[in-house]
Design a protein. Structure first.
Ligand code: ATP
Ligand code: MG
Length: 601
């Protein structure tokens, strides 16, 4: 018999988080997606393709043409495409015309070096303009843009460059000296290293060239060669939350999905100022930090500095950001700093707040309303999906804690695996199963590099299985339960750590929580929570008991944590995601596994 399945929501309780109803009077722009059912029914990917230009003369589809050249050729030539804010407070603007010039030059640099179609070009840099120029210039030549997160240490960098077989590395002279120089011999595929540095500083480093000097010397005219929409364009490594990071391959026509999904889920409108806080070292920072805003001809804000709540509020206000795309970990950090700080900043321009990367606690959705007058719109996707798959749309009621509803053109199902070769659909509302997607959207990954078997195993019974467990309610809203690897099995219940963490977060003393299943001879597993406290709270036994009681009242005895440990911080990876597998390994005294993406604490 199948074990009874528990939503993790505990014994029936009144919904704690009422629906946030869209107030049309509050809207500054008519949302792009109003009649959800009608738009979904009428949507087709070939229609979505028509919103883009394609290369002149039927030359196919190239991401960089859609992002840069087509705007630079028209009235948007003098519009600011990127506004870069340096750590030190300087500001640099790049119009679409400037981007055309720089990306053409870089495409010519690569061509002169004999780099082109299918050649991986790795870029290891912080959020600096040259990263964006290198990415788009590489795409023009048909090379494969492979971002490497700049905070990685030498080992993860070495592993990724070698898996990608990168031919070119673009990096800064500082990062090169610190992380690459000593590794050069173990990077056999690398033929060219281009260093970004202050004029005159890039010299005498054997085997390197000066990126800026090469750019300055290069011709600023470049014709993008015909590009097969199915040609490989991007190689993204996953976040390594559940294990060793995988290299997911994406093609040029992914841009159709980047463009269309941003229109619906981020509600891009002409004139928007968009800020995606994700680093381009991760898929969000590329799909929505580089590509989507440019394909829409918007102005994108790039902040070089690391998270700082006051700085962020300052940027939202000074740049008059209209659409802001961030992540739960940042929102939780802002919540930790407090509402008073948020209230100091008046942000009348802000229209859409969105979040991705991890489950967004209902508390955080509602906090958005208190702090900004608008809720955060959670959306769900993966490195593998290349673009947003499920979202809360500005014109739709929000059910805090839900990921929202599928994007037009995306066929989502809840399934249960039967053996290795087939699945059955879970049709009953509010019943757990694995989140599955019907393949066929343009930004779907085309493989895991050097791991065909793993790729093949993702597809069962005509679906791509995501590895995430979820439910769908009667109205078609999806609710995240947990990653299949993280879900806790306790006394016949399946418990999603997210729901337990969300309840703990409601307690005023709790800043962060990570929840795991701890093996137990009777219950199979018991729920164990790790809690980091807000400033001003002490980790006492009395507080522990209070939290245990608080969670039991909310969740019921079967789901509430039986043990709570206090810790100064919860381990997260560099993408800001809670690494529950690490909490578990530490709890059990087991090897920590791949920690290449672990954030330094
Ligand atoms: P790895 O695959 O290497 O373990 P990862 O899955 O964290 O790492 P990503 O592709 O960056 O790598 O993340 C996708 C995953 O993040 C999703 O499968 C899901 O588990 C989680 N996720 C993303 N957005 C949401 C969301 N809105 N709600 C809940 N979970 C989310
Ligand atoms: Mg994953």
């Amino acid at each position: 018999m199948r074990p009874s399945i528990h939503s993790g929501r505990g014994e029936p309780v009144e919904p704690r988080w009422p629906t946030i109803t869209k107030d049309p009077a509050n809207s500054k722009a008519v949302p792009n997606l109003v009649d959800y059912e009608r738009v979904c029914a009428e949507f087709s990917w070939s229609h979505a393709r028509a919103a883009l230009d394609g290369l002149p003369g039927g030359g196919g589809l190239n991401i960089a043409h859609e992002a840069v050249d087509r705007h630079a050729a028209g009235v948007a030539r003098h519009r600011i495409a990127l506004r870069w804010l340096s750590k030190e407070g300087a500001q640099r603007n790049y119009t679409y015309g400037d981007l055309l010039d720089r990306t053409n030059r870089f495409a010519n640099v690569l061509t002169r070096l004999g780099v082109g179609k299918g050649d991986p070009v790795a870029v290891l840099a912080g959020r600096i303009p040259e990263l964006y120029i290198a990415a788009l210039g590489a795409l023009k030549t048909g090379s494969v843009f492979t971002p490497l997160f700049s905070a990685f240490g030498p080992e993860p960098i070495e592993a990724r460059i070698n898996i990608a077989r990168a031919k070119v590395l673009v990096t800064t002279d500082a990062l090169y000296r610190k992380k690459i120089e000593g590794l050069r011999r173990s990077l056999p595929s690398l033929e060219h290293v281009l260093l970004i540095g202050e004029p005159g500083s890039v010299k005498n480093l054997p085997g390197t060239r000066d990126f800026r000097a090469l750019l300055a010397q290069a011709d600023n005219r470049f014709t993008i060669p015909p590009t097969d929409p199915e040609a490989i364009a991007l190689l993204h490594f996953t976040s390594g939350t559940t294990g060793k990071p995988k290299g997911a391959v994406h093609v040029h026509q992914a841009v159709i999905a980047h463009h269309a999904t941003a229109r619906f889920a981020l509600d891009f409108h002409p004139g928007d100022v968009f800020w995606c806080t994700a680093d381009p070292g991760w898929v969000t920072g590329t799909s929505y930090g580089i590509i989507a805003p440019l394909t829409h001809g918007l102005t994108s804000i790039i902040d070089e500095a690391e998270f700082d709540a006051e700085r962020w509020y300052g940027i939202l206000r000074a740049e008059q950001v209209t659409v802001w795309y961030t992540a739960p970990t940042a929102i939780r950090m802002m919540m930790r700093v407090g509402l008073e700080t948020a209230k100091k900043f008046d942000l009348p321009s802000l229209r859409v707040l969105a979040s991705v990367g991890e489950p967004l606690n209902p508390e955080a959705v509602v906090w958005g309303v208190e702090a900004f007058g608008r809720p955060f719109h959670d959306n769900w996707w993966q490195t593998e999906t290349g673009g947003i798959m499920i979202a809360n749309y500005p014109a739709m009621d929000i059910r805090p804690g839900s990921m929202g509803r599928p994007l037009p053109g995306i066929d989502v199902a809840i399934v249960r695996r039967i053996g290795d070769a087939s699945v059955e659909l879970v049709e009953t509302p509010d019943t757990e199963g694995e989140l599955a997607l019907r393949p066929g959207w343009p930004s779907m990954f085309r493989g895991y590099l050097s791991d065909d078997e793993r790729y093949r195993k993702c597809f069962v019974g005509g679906y791509y299985l995501t590895g995430d467990l979820a439910t769908r309610d009667r109205d078609g809203y999806y609710w995240f339960i947990g990653r299949a690897d993280d879900v806790i099995k306790s006394s016949g219940h399946l418990i999603g750590p997210f729901e337990v963490e969300s309840v703990l977060l409601e307690h005023p003393a709790v800043a962060e929580a990570g929840v795991i299943g701890k093996p137990d001879p009777v219950a199979l597993e018991i729920v164990k929570a790790f809690v980091a406290l807000k400033p001003g709270h002490e980790p006492t036994d009395a507080l522990r008991r209070e939290l245990l009681g608080f969670a039991r009242v909310r969740l019921g005895a079967a789901v509430a944590p039986r043990e709570i440990d206090f810790c100064p911080t919860i381990p997260k990876n560099r993408a800001g995601k809670i690494m529950r597998r690490l909490l578990k390994a530490r709890e059990l005294g087991l090897p920590e596994g791949d920690t290449s993406t672990l954030e330094a604490s």
